[in-house]
Ligand binder design. Structure first.
Ligand code: ATP
Ligand code: PH2
Length: 167
């Protein structure tokens, strides 16, 4: 058994419908908790519409590769095609962390699955929903999620806004 933190986001089509469908699918995959949906400005160099983002915690029989496979299944079910890096998409699911049941974090520098996710610590669209869901969350190798948020520019954090009030 392992526990994974997943980041979900999308900025094309029916964003809320797509995210809620993916979160419903996670209910059958050991969903432990999920954040509400947040509206977030696009992170990265590509000019594009705002995203909706959420974070989910799942626990089940899968190993790290199994959580990545699930992430890809959810993206495919949402009709995702891979085009521009960091560009618009109907659904992106990233594996942020995987933790074994004894608390050991999975660490990997394999480009097919890098863990913890190498950019999570600098993304308010990941850290805000994650801290909301689990105020004591830790990102292995980087420390407390709340401290990482405190280190980001305040305007980046403030721009991540609760879009629905109840999950
Ligand atoms: N922790 C991870 N979670 C998801 N994908 C990962 C991870 N580590 C490596 N990858 C690999 O990254 C590849 C590209 O992923 P994707 O197209 O979602 O990138 P992106 O969303 O544009 O960028 P980013 O990874 O910065 O969010 C995937 O095919 C996957 O194998
Ligand atoms: N706000 C926000 N920005 C992004 C997102 C995302 O999910 N949310 N995903 C991206 C793909 O890598 C690039 N930029």
């Amino acid at each position: 058994m392992s526990r994974a933190v997943l980041s979900l986001g999308g900025n094309l089509g029916d964003r809320a419908g797509t995210l809620r469908t993916a979160l419903r699918a996670l209910s059958g995959e050991g969903l432990v908790a999920r954040s509400v949906l947040y509206q977030t400005p696009p992170w990265g160099p590509v000019e594009q519409p705002p995203f909706l983002n959420a974070v989910a915690v799942v626990r089940g029989d899968r190993d790290a590769a199994g959580w990545l496979a699930l992430a890809h299944e959810l993206e495919q079910a949402a009709g995702r095609t891979r085009e521009v890096r960091w560009g618009p998409r109907s659904l992106d699911v990233d594996v942020v962390t995987v933790t074994a049941d004894d608390g050991t974090p999975v660490v990997s520098d394999d480009p097919v699955l890098t863990l913890p996710h190498p950019r999570a610590h600098e993304r308010a669209f990941v850290l805000v929903p994650w801290a909301d869901l689990d105020p004591a969350a830790q990102l292995p190798g980087h420390g407390a999620v709340r401290d990482l948020l405190a280190a980001l520019p305040a305007e980046d954090v403030a721009a991540v806004q609760r879009w629905e009030h109840q999950a």
